[in-house]
Design a protein around this ligand. Structure first.
Ligand code: AMP
Ligand code: ZN
Length: 123
């Protein structure tokens, strides 16, 4: 697992947060600014800046991370949902610690955006 960074918000949240799901190496939290009826973030405890560096996780950790995304969705009661990663600022990434958005909970797809743009990114 990549190392933590002292100055990173999501590293800190991975150490001490209000989790909707947690397992060894991974946590899931509610997004502070939800874009869908259910909007959860999956955060690995180890720090990599973006999805581009996903290769810094070993094969077992990467598999576990994907399983943890699926487990989290199930745990928060979703069977239908979107999984999304913003990679780089022009794609809407605002927090530079890899995280997976899980979006769902609406009655139809129109309530679940295909992209997540935060207020900061829209400005
Ligand atoms: P992204 O724009 O893909 O980098 O996603 C960052 C996400 O983190 C946004 O959806 C924010 O609303 C969310 N976020 C930022 N700070 C916090 C926080 N302290 N707790 C929970 N979610 C946060
Ligand atoms: Zn971090």
């Amino acid at each position: 697992m990549p190392k933590q960074r002292e100055d990173c918000l999501f590293c800190q949240i991975a150490r001490e947060g209000a989790y909707v799901h947690k397992a060894k190496g991974f946590v899931a939290i509610n997004d502070i600014n939800p874009q869908a009826p259910v909007h959860v973030l999956v955060i690995p405890e180890g720090h990599v800046d973006t999805f581009r560096a996903v290769g810094e996780f070993d094969a077992k950790e990467s598999k576990r991370m994907l399983e943890f995304v699926a487990e989290t969705a199930e745990k928060v009661g979703l069977t239908d949902y979107r999984v999304l990663v913003n990679v780089g600022p022009t794609a809407g990434q605002t927090v530079f610690h890899l995280h997976w958005h899980i979006l769902g909970g609406g009655n139809d797809a129109s309530e679940v955006p295909s992209a997540v743009a935060t207020a900061e990114a829209e400005r």
